[in-house]
Design a protein around this ligand. Structure first.
Ligand code: HEC
Length: 268
């Protein structure tokens, strides 16, 4: 557990030092920790647990998820994530990874919707199977290029809805996603806000989720990232695995096309 010891030390150092540092140097420091941890991201533990969960027969039907079709055919995990969200003929709709995972857990394993969506976001002492499964599946696309299709009319429609949501202003502050994410070099406190309309930024943002979040001690999915952004936007909390999240994810994923996928990553 040498790596873990190093990690805890670094996390503590980061926590203690951050408030006193200037903005740029905080960013530099985070980059340094990231480098130090590059071969020891705690997300590996989530990936390993996810692989085990994927391969374990469970649920009323006592089967594993190994025959789940993530879009490239039953059982193909490698490269599936860089092509999601996508249209699935068997359900006649566009699904993102977490919707598809929920579908497989219900249809293959016989879980109820409630069981299949239990604990989407883990906390200390209450780990999330979903975060682990997503970590495993996404890791199997590491190093591959984002390649999301909008060729099917429903894929195109999901993209357009996502785009609409991105620019839709509302809530107590009259914010849209675009308020925080369509300008270069914008910041809130210490955080740099990616301009998602800029290709390079969009790629960097999308290809680094899920991520082990040092501040939360958990691997967080894109689903959680968006949930948190909707909260910052003072919008109502979106339902887990809703079509709204899938549409926004489609917009983000398509904008990241061509970027090399590199997650689960490590973030503040
Ligand atoms: C009030 C400002 C605000 C609004 C509105 C907002 N976000 Fe964010 N967003 C943030 C902050 C802050 C971060 C975290 C930046 C960091 O930690 O580096 C973030 C991070 C992100 C990231 C991850 C970027 C990365 O590189 O890790 C994505 C993707 C994102 N937001 C998408 C959205 C979408 C889509 C919406 C609309 C549903 C939205 N945000 C609305 C403030 C906002």
């Amino acid at each position: 557990m040498r790596r873990k010891g190093l990690f805890i030390f670094m996390a503590a150092a980061l926590g203690a030092a951050a408030p006193a540092m200037a903005q740029t140097s905080t960013t530099d420091e985070i980059a340094k920790y990231r480098q130090l941890l590059a071969d020891g991201n705690p997300a590996e533990l989530w990936e390993m647990r996810g692989e085990e969960l994927w391969k374990t027969a469970t649920g009323p039907k006592k089967v594993s998820l190994e025959q789940c079709d993530l879009g490239k055919g039953p059982g193909v995990v490698k490269g599936a994530y860089v092509e999601l969200p996508r249209y699935f003929k068997d359900v006649n709709k566009v699904m993102d990874l977490e919707q598809r995972l929920m579908h497989c857990r219900m249809s293959l394993q016989g879980l109820t919707r409630e069981q299949a969506t239990k604990t989407p976001f883990g906390s200390a002492g209450n780990p999330s199977d979903i975060e682990a499964l997503v970590s495993y599946i996404t890791a199997e696309s590491r190093g591959m290029k984002m390649s999301v299709s909008t060729a099917h009319p429903q894929e195109k429609r999901a993209y357009e809805i996502g785009q609409k949501i991105f620019f839709h202003r509302g809530g107590a502050h009259d914010f849209a996603c675009a308020t925080c994410h369509s300008v270069d070099g914008q910041r809130i406190r210490l955080q740099e806000l990616p301009n998602i309309l800029n290709k390079t930024n969009a790629q960097a943002a999308y290809t680094t989720w899920p991520a082990y979040r040092v501040s939360q001690g958990e691997v967080r999915t894109m689903q959680h990232r968006l949930y948190d952004c909707f909260r910052q936007q003072r919008f109502p909390e979106p339902a887990y695995a809703s079509d709204v999240i899938t549409a926004v994810t489609m917009f983000l994923a398509k904008n990241a096309d061509g970027g090399v996928y590199n997650a689960p990553a490590l973030k503040r």
